[in-house]
Design a binder for this molecule. Structure first.
Ligand code: FDM
Length: 233
């Protein structure tokens, strides 16, 4: 394992489909990382509904309010920006962060909307310059398996047709359908961002093992010496 003097904490993002078990896997990963080293590990999540911007996002997701598609997109990005300094400080202080959703959800859920279908680059732009994850693990789940797990909840995006469209954008972000994304600069593609896909259609234990294997293979079990990157460089 890496020297205890590794310069900073690792920034590990979990993305995934609704019902993929993202929140469960984030807390299992946190526990596993904490057991592997003495480095502090913290869980964070986006949207962070506790801030003033987060309160507006929460109302939108519960359909208590309506907002223009571009306006809500910018609020989700602003919600990351208001946490960016805290993320950087924590990593620099040696804390590893496990982050439940990040800018990729921002792109996927917005570009899945008909009004923004041809605006992938516009969707990516507001997040330019945010701390870049050292690895992003995407928990993939088919709508069929989601249905077997009891279907979706009641929030705005928890409908099968939305989930299908979101999954298609995630596949584009991940570079799985590169040819379909002529408008996306290379750096936005998952390949350049250390994007890993885990099939979430298995048991909690199996998925946790696959998530851990990816973190370990990425060399992030005990922080990293690599300089912190920036989206979308
Ligand atoms: N979501 C999340 C977005 O539309 N944009 C974003 O930038 C982010 C981070 O908000 F439907 C969507 C994804 C999901 C909802 O749900 C948040 P959870 O259950 O709080 O993760």
């Amino acid at each position: 394992s890496p020297a205890p003097s590794a310069a900073r904490g690792a920034f590990i993002v979990l993305e995934g489909m609704d019902r993929a078990g993202k929140t469960t896997q984030a807390s299992l990963l946190r526990a596993k990382l904490a057991a592997q080293s003495s480095r502090p590990v913290e869980l964070i999540k986006f949207p962070d509904r506790t801030t003033a911007i987060g309160t507006m996002i929460d109302a939108y997701l519960r359909s208590a309010t309506d907002l223009d598609d571009r306006a809500i997109h910018l609020l989700f990005s602003a919600n990351r920006w208001e946490c960016a300094a805290r993320i950087e400080a924590a990593l620099a202080a040696g804390t590893t962060l496990v982050c439940d959703r990040y800018a990729f959800s921002g792109i996927a859920f917005s570009a899945a909307k008909p009004s923004l279908a041809d605006a992938f680059e516009w969707c990516a732009t507001p997040d330019t310059g945010l701390p870049a994850p050292d690895v992003t693990i995407f928990l993939d789940l088919s709508p069929e398996t989601a249905a077997e797990r009891g279907g979706y909840g009641r929030e705005r995006y928890e409908r099968e047709e939305v989930q299908r469209a979101v999954r298609a954008v995630f596949a584009r972000i991940g570079g799985q359908q590169e040819a379909d994304l002529p408008d996306a600069p290379d750096a936005m593609l998952g390949r350049a961002r250390n994007w890993r896909v885990v099939d979430a259609g298995h048991s909690v234990e199996e998925v946790a093992a696959a998530v851990w294997a990816n973190v370990h293979e990425a060399g992030l079990a005990d922080g990293t010496q690599a300089p912190l990157g920036r989206l979308w460089a």
